[in-house]
Design a protein around this ligand. Structure first.
Ligand SMILES: [Zn+2]
Length: 124
């Protein structure tokens, strides 16, 4: 995982930058962060990744394009490329990811001082 988090605000970590897992470029610019391809999956039974493996990759725009272009379907949609739409979607996805990152795992031995625990969700 190559997210570089800013934890200067207690309880509100935010994505400060992303390091591309392929070319190692560090992306800080908010517009360019919107172009980063984030892959997160929990491999299921029989997966080539291995049963139960957590797989992640963050790819800059150039690397995502280089790796996926031969297989991707690309359709021009100028409305979908407007900044607020891309930024908002990225922010929501990263907020969900932040919650996942900050949640204590069953075998979590990596929590550091000041790390918050996920609040109890729902009743029961
Ligand atoms: Zn890259």
């Amino acid at each position: 995982m190559s997210l570089i988090l800013d934890r200067s605000t207690p309880g509100m970590p935010r994505i400060a930058a992303v390091r591309c897992d392929r070319c190692k470029a560090v992306i800080h610019d908010p517009i360019n962060l919107g172009e980063v391809l984030h892959i997160r999956l929990h491999a299921g039974f029989g997966s080539a990744w291995g049963d139960g493996s957590l797989v992640s990759a963050d790819l800059c725009d150039a690397c995502g394009h280089a790796l996926l272009q031969p297989f991707a379907t690309v359709e021009p949609d100028h409305d979908a490329l407007r900044g607020p739409v891309v930024t908002g979607g990225f922010a929501r996805e990263m907020a969900a990811l932040r919650a996942w990152l900050d949640a204590p795992a069953d075998t979590d031995d990596t929590a550091g001082p000041g790390d918050s625990k996920r609040p109890e969700s729902g009743a029961g």
